[in-house]
Every structure is written in structure tokens, then in C-alpha cells.
Design a protein around this ligand. Structure first.
Ligand code: UD1
Length: 380
């Protein structure tokens, strides 16, 4: 059973689901019955359904339809609705991905469940919990995702890793090496699988996007939820837009904040900054691949720009994905407008990093996950 909840989960689940399908098609034993649960943490067509359609992810077998809420409300609601599903289905393995509230909520339920003795579950009293994208740490406990990462890793039985720093992080938390398997990056599997299709998207014609532009995304609560944080970042974007037009697909959280702090109207009137609704996967991938530079506070986009060797400015004080800075094209500038601006100028002057692709980011992480699970669980 695999859990998907929020937008960045869908690209990761697509790779796992594809790898399970191709294992089953190969005819090699065992046949894997794969149940997909959508928690409904993200629910808008543009934040959820469109990804399933484009990425060919099967329609979820179960949708918990939890919707939005405070962290406590959302997490509790997922837990409440997930427990009966787990008791009913009794999967042998529960796969959770990434670091969103759905990830930790389902992990917590699974770690305490006791299956009734109905003969299902292969005699296990609870599922083997598998965390994909384990071991990442920003060392910033004010970030909700950091709490989700620490708890999910602590409760998981098998930890699939995307980069070497994760090994160091988990070891320092006392995690046994036997639990860790370096498999690479499932989000990059999906990127590589869809890149040629994405390049054919007509998104730039459709939105009349100029040939040279920078792409912006921003949705971290620490950047958008207060006026004091959001205003200087928006002023900084306005400054950068004087050198290069900006394309900015706006996350619902950010749109709400811009409206609330009365920053939206001025942005809408700025001819150098093009605000769009959240975009489907292929359109967005097309825009990253063709951008001169990307400015973001996302986790996944730091990885996608590194994989595509497009310079990226991460407007955060820390990153849980340091390989994108050490090897890739990412610059961690913090949120100081002067630093963001000077880095942008350097990149626009053609002095941006070219970067290298991190080890194992080769499109085969999903395949390695399925292989490792069969080796570990079927033989045992
Ligand atoms: C969540 C994840 C974050 C991830 C991000 C990607 C957690 C703690 N955070 O943050 O790690 O980077 O998803 O988007 O799990 N909303 C809609 N429609 C939707 C979904 C959300 O309008 O389909 C609006 C609601 O007003 C909601 C707000 O966006 O309250 C925030 O959504 P939520 O899922 O709570 O957090 P994200 O900021 O999306």
C-alpha cells in the first residue's frame, strides 16, 4: 500500500507505481498487489487530479478526502480516516514518500496498528513501514516538514535514500545501517521519464511567455504567511524582473497570503511578472527546462533544477537537500534580498553553476526500491 497526499508526492508515487507495474508485467514472482491511498490533503484539480492523469498514476483505490486544516487537525483527520482502511486492507508493506503531513500521519497509524487475526497480512501484526526519500534534514525544527521527516524515519523499518548526506544524518540519530538503502531519487525517475513529452508542451505559446525568462515558485509558510517575510521577497522579485521577465505560478497558500497582505493587485499590474495558476506537471517541467534561472523555496524544485542543470536560487536559510548545492546548480541564498539579487545578477551574467548530476539520479530508483523490497521481504 502506498500513500499519496500532497502535490510533491504524486511524482514520487508515479515512479513507484510504474516500477511495480513493470515488475508484475515481467512475470517474475511474486505478483505485487499494489493499493494506492490518496489522503486528499491536496484536492484541487490543479493541485491533485491533473497529476494523476498526466503521470498515468492509477486512480487511487481509496480517497480519505481530508482536505485542508491546521497541522493538528489535518494530521489527526488523516489518522482517524486511515486506521480503518489499514485494518481492512492489512497490507504487508506500507510505503510513504517525502515529508508532508500525510506521510507522518499514516506512518504513525501503521506503527501502532495490530491486525486482527483474519488470515490476511501474512501473519504480520502490522505492515513493514517503508520511507522513500528518508534521512533528509534541514536541521530547522520550525519547519513542519522537518518534524515529519524525523518522526517518519524514526518509525520506519526500511529507509530508501536519495543522497549520501542522508546516511550521515541517520547514523547520527542512531539508525542502524541495515535499515538504509541508497536507491536514488524517485522524483527524478518521473522527470526523466516525462522530459521529452514535457518539451513538446505548448505552455510557452499558450501563456505568451518570452524566450528568456526566470521561473518563480514560493509557498513555504516561513516565507509567505507573514507580511514581514513576504513583502521584502516580493520587492526583491520586482527588482529582478527589471532585468528578466518572471513567470510565477502561484500556490493557493501564497495567493491567499498575497491577497490578505494586499500585495496581489500591484503584482497583477506588473507587466514584467506573469502570475499563473498552479500548473500541471508537463507544463511546469517545460518551464523549468527552458528557464534561464529558477527562484524557489520548494524542496523538489531544487532537485529538478539540478537534474536539468538549470541554475536555481533557493530563498531559504537552509536546505535538506545539500547535494543540490554541493554538486548541483543550486544556490542557497537565504531570504536576504541583497543576497538573492546579487546571486541572480551573477547567474544572469552567465556565471551560474553548470553542476553535476548526483549519483543514482539515473531514472532507476523505483526499480531499485521494488528489487530491494522483494529481496528483503519475500526471502525473509
Ligand atoms: C504542503 C506540504 C509541503 C509541500 C506543499 C506542496 C505539509 C506540512 N506541507 O504544504 O511540504 O511542499 O504541500 O504544495 O504537509 N489549498 C488549496 N487547494 C489544495 C490544497 C491546498 O486551496 O488542493 C490551500 C488551502 O488554503 C490550504 C493551503 O493551501 O489551507 C495550504 O495547504 P496545505 O496542504 O495545508 O499545505 P501546503 O502549503 O500546500
Amino acid at each position: 500500500m502506498t500513500i499519496a497526499g500532497a502535490r510533491p508526492n504524486f511524482m514520487k508515487v508515479a515512479s513507484i507505481s510504474e516500477a511495480v507495474k513493470s515488475h508484475n508485467n515481467s512475470g517474475v514472482d511474486p505478483y505485487i498487489e499494489h493499493i494506492l491511498v490518496h489522503t486528499g490533503q491536496h484536492y484541487d484539480e490543479k493541485m491533485s487530479q491533473c497529476f494523476f492523469k498526466e503521470l498515468g498514476i492509477p486512480v487511487p483505490d481509496i480517497n480519505l478526502e481530508v482536505g485542508s486544516g491546521s497541522h493538528a487537525l489535518q494530521t489527526a483527520e488523516i489518522m482517524k480516516r486511515f486506521e480503518p482502511v489499514l485494518l481492512d486492507e492489512q497490507p504487508d508493506v506500507l510505503i510513504v514518500v517525502g515529508d508532508v503531513n500525510s506521510t507522518v500521519a499514516c506512518t504513525l497509524v501503521a506503527s501502532k496498528i495490530i491486525y486482527p487475526h483474519t488470515g490476511a497480512g501474512n501473519g504480520r501484526v502490522r505492515p513493514v513501514i517503508v520511507h522513500v526519500e528518508a534521512g533528509l534534514r534541514s536541521f530547522d525544527r520550525d519547519m513542519p516538514e522537518e518534524i515529519n521527516r524525523i518522526l517518519t524515519d524514526a518509525l520506519s523499518d526500511i529507509l530508501f535514500l536519495t543522497e549520501e548526506d542522508a546516511v550521515k544524518n541517520l547514523r547520527s540519530e542512531g539508525v542502524a545501517s541495515e535499515k538504509m538503502v541508497m536507491v536514488g531519487n524517485v522524483m527524478i525517475d518521473t522527470l526523466l521519464r516525462h522530459l521529452s513529452m514535457a518539451k513538446k508542451s505548448d505552455v510557452r505559446n499558450r501563456f505568451k511567455i518570452p524566450s528568456s525568462y526566470s521561473l518563480v515558485t514560493m509557498h513555504r509558510p516561513s516565507n509567505v504567511d507573514t507580511r514581514d517575510a513576504l513583502t521584502p521577497l516580493i520587492e526583491c522579485l520586482v527588482e529582478i524582473s527589471k532585468s528578466i521577465p518572471l513567470v510565477f505560478p502561484v500556490h493557493p497558500r501564497t495567493r491567499n497570503a498575497l491577497e490578505h497582505f494586499e500585495l496581489l493587485a500591484a503584482l497583477e499590474q506588473n507587466s514584467k511578472i506573469q502570475l499563473l495558476d498552479p500548473l500541471p506537471y508537463l507544463d511546469f517541467l517545460n518551464l523549468i527546462a527552458s528557464a534561464t534561472m529558477v527562484l524557489t523555496d520548494s524542496g523538489g524544485i531544487q532537485e529538478e533544477t539540478t537534474a536539468l542543470q538549470v541554475p536555481c536560487i533557493t530563498m531559504r536559510e537552509n536546505t535538506e537537500r545539500p547535494v543540490t548545492v554541493a554538486l548541483g546548480t543550486n544556490y542557497l541564498t537565504g531570504t536576504d534580498p541583497a543576497k538573492i539579487l546579487s546571486t541572480a545578477r551573477k547567474i544572469l551574467a552567465g556565471q551560474g553553476k553548470k553542476g553535476e548530476i548526483p549519483p543514482y539520479w539515473d531514472g532507476k530508483a523505483g526499480e531499485r526500491i521494488v528489487k530491494a523490497l522483494i529481496e528483503r521481504l519475500v526471502a525473509s
